[in-house]
Design a protein around this ligand. Structure first.
Ligand code: ACO
Length: 268
């Protein structure tokens, strides 16, 4: 299953093939219930290529079953400088140019898969963000359940300044977190949000000094793993449903999830 889904090459026990990860500029470490995905092109500030997004999707498809928490982090001075700008100058694989709308739609949907799996209820995803998180990098942080930021963090939604829209799943969480007015202001000015404002806006749940980021993430992960696994899955499902549901629907969802919990706890 993992092999079939992980892309070209032979899948390792813990995910996609090493060559798929290397081409994607990603590192994957699985340690029991915790998987750590590192954006690993520090010399390019972890700029992302199509291979990066496909690699992320491959990790999502082949994640070992016992993994409960996934941490995303960046190697070097920045979390990610967003899309690799060399792709605009025609180096490497070209863009779908939009002339075939259906093909472009499929192309972007495939790249978005690199982000959407982070919302699966079976895992809790944590972005450990430091330095720049620009464009696709900002959207990757937004795709995670929880963001822990270093005090040197700089979020920026750069796409509109480049004539594009943010299309890596980021617009929905951005609006849900900061509201439409602030989301418009951030996107249409492409301005940078620093740590203090990020905390105030709810773009980061936790902000710590740069040299305390790893320890803060480790502490959070330990707390997340201390919770009953079934309760964690059910609660994540419930909370992510809440914004779309009416109160009535949400009450029904709470009852449904609790029945599942009670059955498991009391062995019925
Ligand atoms: N694509 C390709 N290469 C990049 C990118 C990128 N997005 N970002 C940085 N690099 C490269 C630089 O070209 C440089 O390469 P070099 O050493 O061969 O000259 C190296 O990474 C280091 O970059 P510096 O600019 O020297 O690093 P610094 O820490 O001073 O600045 C910063 C980092 C702010 C991220 C800056 O590099 C930058 O603004 N990058 C472009 C960000 C951007 O516009 N991204 C697109 C977002 S839109 C989207 O994602 C869809």
């Amino acid at each position: 299953m993992a092999e079939a889904n992980a892309g070209a090459g032979t899948a390792t026990a813990a995910g996609p093939a090493e060559e798929v990860l290397a081409e994607a500029g990603l590192r994957l470490e699985v340690d029991g219930a915790v998987a750590t995905v590192t954006l690993n092109r520090p010399e390019r500030r972890n700029a992302m290529t199509f291979a990066t997004w496909r690699g992320l999707a491959a990790i999502g498809r082949s994640l070992p079953e016992g993994v409960r928490v996934v941490v995303l982090r960046g190697a070097g001075p920045s979390f990610s400088a967003g899309i690799d700008l060399s792709m605009f100058s025609g180096e490497g694989e070209g863009f779908a140019d939009g002339s075939d709308a259906a093909a472009t739609d499929r192309f972007i949907a495939e790249l978005q898969e690199g982000y959407t799996w982070l919302r699966r209820p079976e895992i809790v995803t944590v972005a450990a963000v430091h330095g720049h998180a620009i464009g696709g990098g900002f959207q990757l942080a937004l795709a995670c359940d929880i963001r822990v930021a270093a005090d040197d963090v700089r979020f920026c939604m750069k796409e509109p300044a480049l004539g594009l829209v943010p299309d890596l799943t980021g617009t929905k969480p951005l609006v849900e977190i900061v509201g439409i007015g602030r989301a418009l202001e951030l996107c249409l000015t492409a301005r940078t949000v620093h740590a203090e404002e990020a905390a105030r806006l709810g773009l980061a749940e936790i902000v710590v000094p740069r040299d305390g980021l790893d320890a803060a993430v480790a502490e959070l992960v330990a707390s997340l793993l201390a919770v009953n696994p079934g309760a964690a899955v059910a609660t994540k499902r419930l909370l992510w449903e809440a914004p779309q549901n009416t109160l009535e629907q949400q009450c029904a969802a709470e009852r449904r999830e609790q029945i599942g919990r009670l059955r498991e706890l009391f062995g019925k």
